[in-house]
Design a protein around this ligand. Structure first.
Ligand code: SF4
Ligand code: SF4
Length: 152
């Protein structure tokens, strides 16, 4: 997972406040939390920062594809084994006749489901990481043999 410091290193570091916050470090934290966009910083679009802007876009791309829970599925790494599907405690609780028995989902209330050989996130708001009472569950990430699931 990318850190605020890694983002900060690529910013102009002028603390000009044109992005609406006091420092470039605060802007880096805002980018990480998806409260700010690169477009909020006019300075990074100056020609001399072109290479850094390119790196920032690459660094921030996984954040943009993350669901509300911060869950990112790297399709190119997933080979559809289903480990995460039967490990997810919400899948197990919501699907007593499928995931709870170690089988594929039989309910549409599951979060993770393999479709066309790749896992999909169907109900991200059901994830234990979502909402005010979130729990830092990692059952899906630790059971994935190819590190195809990540939280950012
Ligand atoms: S973090 Fe936990 S609840 Fe959320 S999808 Fe992964 S295993 Fe399921
Ligand atoms: S994300 Fe990982 S554990 Fe889940 S189906 Fe894909 S390869 Fe298997």
């Amino acid at each position: 997972m990318v850190s605020a410091m890694e983002i900060y290193q690529l910013l102009p570091k002028t603390n000009c406040k044109k992005c609406g916050v006091a420092t470039c470090m605060a802007f880096a934290v805002g980018l990480l939390r998806k409260e700010k966009k690169l477009e909020d910083c006019p300075v990074i679009f100056e020609p001399k920062y072109e290479a850094k802007l390119k790196k920032l876009r690459e660094m921030l791309a996984p954040l943009e594809s993350a669901s509300e829970t911060g869950l990112v599925i790297h399709d190119e790494k997933c080979f559809g084994c289903g480990n995460c599907v039967v490990a997810c405690p919400v899948n197990v609780a919501n699907d007593p006749t499928g995931c709870a028995l170690g089988h594929g989902p039989t309910s549409d209330k599951v979060i993770l489901k393999v479709e066309n050989g790749v896992v999909n996130c169907l109900n991200p708001k059901e994830c234990r990481r979502f909402g005010p009472n979130k729990i830092l569950c990692n059952a899906c990430t630790v059971t994935c043999p190819s590190k195809a699931i990540e939280f950012v």
